[in-house]
Design a protein around this ligand. Structure first.
Ligand SMILES: C[S@@+](CC[C@H](N)C(=O)[O-])C[C@H]1O[C@@H](n2cnc3c(N)ncnc32)[C@H](O)[C@@H]1O
Length: 358
């Protein structure tokens, strides 16, 4: 295609791509929810649409259409048996690595969470933008009101929710935590407490990097309960202590280093001030705080992933993504010094920040 043809396309390809973005997400969501990647993994030679539809008890025409769209999106491979011209669908190995539920670094829980919780909320984004609050958004999407303690509401919302959410967090954290644990020399800290530590992914990474330190996860009781199912390895589990509690209401377990991974993003500034004030007061002199978060650039023009996550935090949690300077100012306001910030390899613009109590 020459440049002249390109420039006359209506709408411009960028706009068309964004316009149809929801169709792509939905194709990913339904093929994952239907566990098609798991089914195709069992049938190494591929399956016809008819075989897939009858195995999953689906409508044949609809199955064929979604499979063909997934083929166009390069999620699923389509070949033809030369003699009969019958279409055979199979997995692309690199795609199945993340969409097949038995693979160690799969993102199935993240997709289920996006499909069941985030997508319904986004259908009411305009309500959120008009009011600046997500109360009405939750009511429209799920029929219940939330306060800023959204996590507790959601844990009670559905019995599968807490496990799906923690699994989603665990999948992300398992990728990023080794990098966070290695970002700074944490050997001076012999008691580490991961506040809002969820599944314990960061705590396990810290325990393996610093075997002499005691590492505690502090999280809401529902999360602590769900975490036990997510990290079933008994020897791993012995390295980390789980304590249940509410970080706004209860005393923090004692520590010389408090960590918050993807947890400050969940809260508006006034709540973050409460957490930072409490962290500062809970530390002895020389103690430190480590925060791991996605960072937006200083002009908030990129990267795209944290910019999107900033909208997501608004609609989903009443929180926000921040820039490095915003984190530095928040920490300095509470008396923290020696601020350092490092990029963590492996996941978008994830950064580790450390600051100390003088
Ligand atoms: C976005 S998740 C991050 C989990 C984990 N740090 C990670 O990176 O995988 C936020 C965590 O904060 C916890 N949390 C929310 N409100 C809390 C509270 N009031 N007290 C303690 N933990 C809380 C949630 O249960 C959840 O595990």
């Amino acid at each position: 295609m020459d440049n002249e043809t390109k420039s006359t396309l209506w709408p411009p390809p960028l706009v068309l791509d964004i316009f149809t973005g929801f169709q792509k997400s939905q194709a990913l969501f339904v093929t994952t929810e239907l566990q098609l990647y798991d089914l195709l993994a069992i049938h190494q030679n591929g399956m016809t649409a008819n075989e897939i539809a009858s195995k999953k008890k689906l409508n044949l025409d609809a199955t064929e259409r979604i499979l063909d769209y997934a083929t166009g999106l390069k999620l699923i491979k389509k070949d033809f048996k030369s003699e009969s011209k019958t279409a055979i669908y199979s997995n692309y190995p690199e795609i199945a690595e993340v969409l097949q539920s038995s693979k160690p670094n799969n993102m199935v829980a993240a997709i289920k969470y996006a499909s069941r919780i985030q997508y319904p909320l986004y259908q009411h984004l305009i309500t959120m933008i008009k009011s600046g609050k997500n109360t009405e958004t939750y009511k429209k999407a799920f029929g219940f009101e939330v306060t800023t303690e959204i996590c507790e509401h959601l844990y009670e919302f559905d019995k599968d929710y807490s496990e799906t959410f923690l699994q989603f967090m665990h999948q992300l954290s398992s990728i990023t935590s080794p990098g966070v644990a290695k970002a700074f020399d944490l050997s001076p800290f012999c008691e580490i407490c991961d506040l809002g530590g969820g599944s314990g992914a960061l705590a396990y990474a810290l325990a393996s990097e610093y075997p002499d330190a005691t590492v505690t996860v502090f999280d809401l009781a529902t999360a602590v309960e769900a975490a036990q199912k997510i990290t079933p390895d008994k020897t791993e589990r012995q390295k980390v202590k789980f304590v249940s509690g509410d970080f706004f209401q209860d005393e923090f377990p004692p520590a010389s280093l408090y960590t918050f991974a993807r947890t400050i993003q969940d809260w508006p500034d006034e709540k973050v001030h409460q957490l930072l004030d409490k962290t500062f007061k809970s530390l002895e002199s020389g103690g430190a705080i480590l925060i791991a978060e996605l960072l937006m650039n200083e002009t908030k023009t990129g990267p795209l992933y944290p910019l999107g996550a900033n909208v997501q935090m608004m609609i989903e949690r009443s929180g926000r993504q921040r820039t490095e300077t915003e984190y530095r100012l928040l920490l300095e306001k509470h008396g923290f010094v020696d601020f350092e910030c490092k990029f963590v390899e492996g996941y978008s613009s994830y950064h580790a920040i450390i600051a100390k109590k003088p």
